[in-house]
Design a protein around this ligand. Sequence first.
Ligand code: MG
Length: 454
Amino acid sequence: MELFGSSGVRGVANEDLTPEFLIRVATAVGTVWGAEGAAVARDTRTTGRTFADAAASGLASAGIDVHRLGIVPTPGVQAYAAREGIPGLVITASHNPPQYNGMKVIGEDGIELPVADLERIESVLRTERFARTQWNETGEQRRVEGARRAYVEELLDSVDRARIAEANPTVAIDPGHGAGSLTSPDFFRRLGCRVLTLNAQPDGTFPGRDPEPVPENLGELARLVRTSDADLGIAHDGDADRAIFFDERGEYVEGDATLAALAAAELDAGDTVVSAVTASRRLSEAAAAANATLALTPVGSTNIVTAIRDLASEGASVPIAGEGNGGIFFPDYRLARDGAYIGARFLELVTERPTSAVLGAFDGYHNVRRAIEYGEGGEREAIMAAIEERATRADAELDTTDGYRLDYDDGWVLARPSGTEPLVRVYAEARERDRAEELAAGMKRTLESAGVQV
Ligand code: MG
């Protein structure tokens, strides 16, 4: 899939990604769908309305009636699609910087489109076999009010409202000027929390911070939590399908620790938790303690969704899944990542104990990440051959789901080629920082031994 990659269509607006291109993509999507109606929504980016207009035009030209939802978080669009039984397009670049925009494609079941469907869309686009309708069958467009309100109502019905309201926690929320600005503060207030907000005005210039919820961008939130009586800090990305947390002391909570804590609370004996090959030992320990199974997939949310569907069709119970980047699935709620829902489920955990105490059991690991560039020609093959050679010799458990992951008694290291750049990504984790560094360095030496200039 050249066009959709692992995260939908993305690019710098009006440079890599133009409105005319989006019309063509949306016409191809409409050709494959052949639906009567479809939703179009967007996040807060400055180019959002123009790009949503383009997407709506493409769908209408394929004969589809367009429901214009306005600014709605991606999970809110997924809720609308599932409720109405129609597919949808979301104009968003998720966590990418302000100048980017893009498109996510949602099926009529409210779930991200599977790879096979995306490939069909790409094929229509490539061969230009657009099914444009006659002049008198062009789709209508209508504005739909209340999609955000209905989404928040659904969220309120899906969590333990009484438990949270009784605890009356104080929550500091930083939606980063994204689509969650219009839903998350309202949701947490109505859950019975005292809400402090930061960067909660929808603004496509993102004046307070960049959309990516990484610690470098969240210093203000850390300060707000530290200098207030907040029990928890919550940050979203631009389309609010992810949640990142700060404990009551204003300390950043690693996504791996969040996932492990939620999994420990959620898993029963015999359950399966799905994660990517980058999964932390924290998660495998939480699964083992619950007598549950950890199933690993290649990196990327599409792969996780596919694995959950496959396991569910085989009768497995998968109550939780996700990656350590703040994107967590609760499939019994919806097969979608939902930043507000993740926030509320985490809040349930911290109603009785401070956030830092809940997470204490999942502390004490060190993670090291390296990106090693390689040149043109045969270097990629040489690198992968060297890694394979090392992997087969190592006194470790080997997993080849995506690259090579070596699990030792006291840590693990993974080397996997990037799908989009001339890079090999190396991940290592151990209880001792020195050991994590040593594991990553060992992998780097392997690359050097393959004659690669790194
Ligand atoms: Mg996102």
